[in-house]
Design a protein around this ligand. Structure first.
Ligand SMILES: Cc1ncc(COP(=O)(O)O)c(C=O)c1O
Length: 394
């Protein structure tokens, strides 16, 4: 059979190989005194809180399961609008909010609605692997721009200016980022947006981890910069609803009917049950639970990052959000007699029974020197992971 060049251009997720190997190893170790600890997981270890679960059950029980409008339940769009005002102090009218099947569908819609064949999109190296594939699925080209610790592993206005070419259509950013958990400093983001605007380009920013911000200095939505920002968001991370497949995007007013048309055809709508359930996310009781969990993620970061550094796994930029640590593994790999983050990840799996993510999928600049640890695991598991690494790297 022949497949499309579009599909062929999409690289496999190499980290899935590591994850599969970790799963297989976990089965071998299941009944031993050293079961596998998973620090490679990119989703919260919590599920939706009780009110949200009850709302989903109610929707199923009452048969409230028909398609919704392509743009989403009006009530849910209103609740998200109110959340922006309360939590981030930014006015985002509900009519610019579009409900999607996760941030993934929002990213896909944003790319399909704005990118023409041959257009180039600048994004930081390292960044979330799927982003370059959303761009290439829309027949654009992702241009990965190497970033440094001094730039918080994010694009800077200078670099956007320097890399902007004839075919550049815009930038695709994520703040806080996966894999680094670092955000773009607000003044730098404003400068980036000025450069993009001056070029007549687009600023697309993935704010999926913004709800899990741990630092006041960075926890602001880019939407405050103007109505021309395209912001991607989701119920997956802060709201702990990964498998429910629900997200949203905020787009400029003129883009709403365009995305509506594409979304109607490609998806009809996001899951109706998930949308009804998500209304309960904004009840004070649910928000209180989410805030408790956010504090837990922060406590884990505050324990785990210094512990990693003490083990010889420096984290050059302290994450200000999400639940990741982007650690330089060169010294630790040397100690174990291996070279590169891929082999280091396998060494930790084999010798300490820890699953982590090597840098490879996130880009090509220095990614062989870095691994991503996820702290979406209990404090007890993180402590045990540190104890095992201490024994191995002592
Ligand atoms: C930066 C980033 N964007 C988007 C996604 C996709 O999220 P969703 O579950 O909302 O599709 C992820 C998932 O890990 C992510 O890390």
């Amino acid at each position: 059979m022949q497949f499309s060049t579009r599909a062929e251009r999409i690289d496999p997720f190499y980290v899935m190989e590591v994850a599969k190997a970790a799963q297989a190893k976990a089965q071998e170790l299941a009944n031993t005194d050293s079961p596998m600890i998973f620090l490679n997981i990119g989703e919260p270890d919590f599920t939706a809180p009780p009110l949200v679960q009850e709302a989903a059950a109610r929707a199923i029980h009452n048969g409230t399961t028909q398609y919704t409008p392509a743009l989403g339940l009006p009530e849910l769009r209103e609740r998200i609008s109110a959340w922006y005002a309360q939590r981030f102090g930014v006015e985002v009218p509900a009519r610019r909010i579009i409900i999607t099947a996760g941030a993934s569908a929002a990213l896909q819609l944003a790319c399909l609605a704005t990118i023409n064949a041959g257009d180039e999109i600048l994004m930081p190296d390292p960044s979330y692997p799927c982003n370059r594939h959303f761009v290439s699925a829309a027949e654009g080209t992702a241009v990965m721009v190497p970033t440094t610790a001094a730039e918080r592993y994010q694009l800077s206005a200078d670099k956007v200016q320097a890399h902007w070419g004839d075919k550049t259509r815009g930038v695709l950013l994520a703040s806080p980022s996966n894999p680094t958990g670092t955000s773009i400093a607000p003044d730098e983001l404003a400068r980036i947006h000025d450069v993009v605007r001056a070029k007549g380009g687009l600023t697309i920013i993935d704010e999926i981890y913004l709800g899990l911000s741990h630092d006041e200095a960075f926890g602001h939505s880019a939407l405050a910069l103007g109505e021309d920002i395209i912001s991607i968001n989701s119920f997956s991370k802060y709201f702990n609803m990964t498998g429910w497949r629900l997200g949203w995007m905020v787009v400029p007013e003129a883009m709403v009917p365009v995305v509506e048309r594409v979304a109607q055809n490609l998806f009809i709508c996001a899951s109706t049950i998930a949308q009804h359930a998500a209304l309960a996310c904004f009840e004070p009781e649910s928000i209180a639970e989410y805030e408790r969990r956010r504090a837990e993620f922060k406590a884990r970061r505050d324990y785990f990052i210094p512990a990693l550094e003490a083990l010889g796994l420096p984290v050059p930029v302290k994450p200000d959000g999400a639940f990741y640590a982007w650690a330089d593994c060169r010294g630790a790999a040397d100690k174990l007699g291996v070279k590169g983050s891929w082999d280091f990840a396998y060494a930790l799996m084999d010798r300490a029974h820890l699953a982590i993510t090597p840098g490879r999928d996130f880009g090509s600049y220095e990614t062989a020197d870095f691994v991503r640890f996820s702290t979406a695991n209990s404090m007890a598991q993180l402590q045990e992971a540190v104890a095992r690494m201490q024994r191995l790297l002592a």
